[in-house]
Design a protein around this ligand. Structure first.
Ligand code: PEP
Length: 252
């Protein structure tokens, strides 16, 4: 059975003082829920502080991006080794905001995912269609392209470290959530595709999160679907109470 994984994506929110308060609240609320893997993906500037705060707890630490090069002239970027050194375990790659505002492509997602894996980080690779693509009936085509290119070249143990986040772009930060049926349909499609890429036995072990306006009110139902193994949470992860309620909703 796959252990559900709920990750908070704090995006560009929380100063260090705010981060300290939020992580303390999350620890107090969900620090003893072993049935769910709970991760906070925080801004680079909060990583060291949150790493100290989660030390010795069951909470995991994630970053929100990573560069593919080991080092060099890439102003403003952060390498996988730098993240690893800070105690980071997970890294979000290819979030739709990176794709939309910062020119992220399926090819750079692939480079970043491979670099993360080489350094011993676990990538949370995001895929998902825009509203226009969904309305044009291209959802599976888009997700398939993003996954095939984004995951190209992964092999062996890489697959065990991978988490996929299916995040329909039209549902992110909009308050619109995919219905459970819509989400499950795409998750099942992704798992079938992973079967082709990694083998069905391996694909059955890969966690696929749903992301897009997940909140306490809809989380339990979404995560009770057979192929939905947790959530990647934006807005609702910025407050300990709502994030904790979602984590509790993931207990199976
Ligand atoms: C996200 O940014 O990954 C996300 C799902 O955001 P929200 O929960 O705010 O829609």
């Amino acid at each position: 059975m796959r252990k559900p994984i709920v990750a908070g994506n704090w995006k560009m929110n929380k100063t260090r003082a705010e981060a300290a308060a939020l992580v303390a609240g999350i620890k107090a609320e969900v620090g003893s829920i072993n049935a769910v893997e709970t991760v906070v993906c925080v801004p680079f500037t909060d990583l060291d502080l949150v790493a100290q705060a989660v030390k010795g707890s069951i909470l995991g630490l994630g970053a929100q991006n990573v560069h593919w090069a080991e080092k060099g002239a890439f102003t403003g970027e952060i390498s996988a080794a730098m993240l690893k050194e800070l105690g980071v375990t997970y890294v979000i790659i290819g979030h739709s905001e990176r794709r939309q505002y910062f020119g992220e492509t399926d090819a750079t997602v692939n480079q970043r995912a491979k670099a993360a894996l080489v350094a011993g980080l676990k990538p949370i690779v995001c895929v998902g269609e825009t509203l226009m693509e969904r309305e044009a009936g291209q959802t599976t085509q888009v997700v398939e392209r993003q996954a095939r290119v984004g995951l190209a070249g992964l092999q062996g143990a890489d697959w065990d470290k991978l988490v996929i986040a299916y995040e329909p772009v039209w549902a992110i930060g909009t308050g619109k959530t995919a219905t459970t049926a819509q989400a499950q349909e795409v998750h099942a499609f992704i798992r079938k595709l992973l079967g082709e890429l990694a083998g069905t036995e391996t694909a059955a072990k890969i966690r696929i999160q749903y992301g897009g306006s997940m909140k306490p009110e809809n989380a339990k139902e979404l995560m009770s679907q057979p192929d939905i193994d947790g959530g990647l949470i934006g807005g609702a992860s910025l407050e300990a109470g709502s994030f904790a309620a979602i984590v509790r909703g993931a207990v199976r």
